[in-house]
Design a protein around this ligand. Structure first.
Ligand code: F6P
Length: 332
């Protein structure tokens, strides 16, 4: 089969995520498999409109799957939002003879791809973000690694909080979503998990679980707060201190969650998704987002994907509450 495209530009955009390198490698190797050339665009859309590229061959992506970050760098471009910026990006595609683009990133990346499509360029999005907040996909590249990195830090924190009988309030990333917070909270056995999708009833959602844990004999407490919760970890800690007089400490994990070697799951998912992106292009498809549905790799029309919403992770909420002893009748 002769591939429907001849030269793919691949780039990473938005916040980086562990596993992006594995996705780049997969795009390059799959391209070669289909007889397609591959060019790496550095610094996302910023690089695309400034013609910042590097040629990628089989060897240039060797030994990168196990590395965190992205070998192509990442950036957020304000210039690309303007029509003039997009025209510069299209001019780069024309100059380099790129008839296809694979963008690895989040919803912003996919919107950008859509704005470049229908100009003789086929586009495919691959979901890469530690937030797992892309509606069409049950999983995004980087999520598992970020959960594990956060978990490792929280396990360490627990040792010292236990010694000093303190309350630890840990803020995890996640943008405006609580997926990361729920996964980390459930895995570490948190006393409380707060997410932006659910308004906080402080007495019921924070103080009561702490009280119940104390009555059960516990003298240290772990409270996980998603960064999108209004006021963040510092405000929650102040409220806990005022309400309970517990010795309370705040840890904001921040960008440490985006670094480090990707887990096996992220390397695997990234490789399958990267391969799928190229396969779709080779078959003549365009304007698709590669996604996961259960254990399957699927794809959606970009416009349809962008119109979907994911909402609160209800199962995780139920499980998190059950694990901290909140009975069903207190469920909202
Ligand atoms: O989207 C990934 C993410 O790490 C979010 O969790 C966080 O809100 C944001 O990016 C941080 O962005 P920046 O790297 O620009 O500080």
């Amino acid at each position: 089969m002769k591939a429907a495209v001849c030269r793919i530009g691949v780039f990473t955009s938005g916040g980086d995520a562990p596993g992006m390198n594995a996705a780049i490698r997969a795009v390059v190797r799959a391209s070669l498999h289909y007889g397609i050339e591959c060019i790496g665009i550095r610094r996302g859309y910023h690089g695309l409109l400034n013609g910042d590229f590097t040629r990628l061959d089989f060897e240039s992506v060797s030994d990168i799957s196990r590395r965190g970050g992205t070998m192509l760098y990442s950036a957020r471009s304000l210039e690309f939002i303007e029509e003039a910026g997009r025209n510069k990006a299209l001019a780069t595609c024309k100059l380099l003879g790129m008839d296809a683009l694979v963008g690895i990133g989040g919803d912003g990346t996919f919107k950008g791809l859509l704005s470049l499509a229908n100009n003789g360029i086929s586009v495919i999005g691959v979901p890469g973000t530690i937030d797992n907040d892309i509606a069409c996909s049950s999983y995004t590249i980087g999520y598992d690694s970020a959960c594990n990195i956060a978990l490792e830090s929280i396990d360490r924190l627990r040792d010292t909080m236990k010694s000093h009988e303190r309350c630890s309030v840990v803020e995890v990333m996640g943008h405006r979503a609580g997926y990361l917070a729920y996964s980390v909270g459930i895995a570490c056995g948190a006393t409380v998990v707060l997410v932006p999708e659910r308004e906080v009833n402080f007495e019921q959602d924070v103080i009561e679980p702490i009280r119940r844990a104390r009555l059960g004999g516990r003298t240290h407490f772990m409270v996980i707060v998603a960064e999108g919760v209004p006021g963040g970890a510092y405000q929650v800690a102040d409220q806990i201190r005022n309400a309970t007089a517990l010795d309370t400490r705040v840890t904001v994990l921040g960008h440490v969650q985006r670094g480090g070697s990707p887990t096996s799951r992220d390397r695997m998912v990234a490789t399958y998704m990267g391969y799928e992106a190229v396969k779709l292009l080779a078959e003549g498809k365009t304007c698709r987002v590669v996604a996961m549905k259960g254990d399957d790799i699927v794809d959606y029309d970009i416009t349809e994907a962008l119109s979907m919403s994911k909402g609160l992770d209800k199962l995780s909420e139920t499980v998190a509450r059950a694990m901290t002893g909140v009975s069903d009748d207190k469920m909202i």
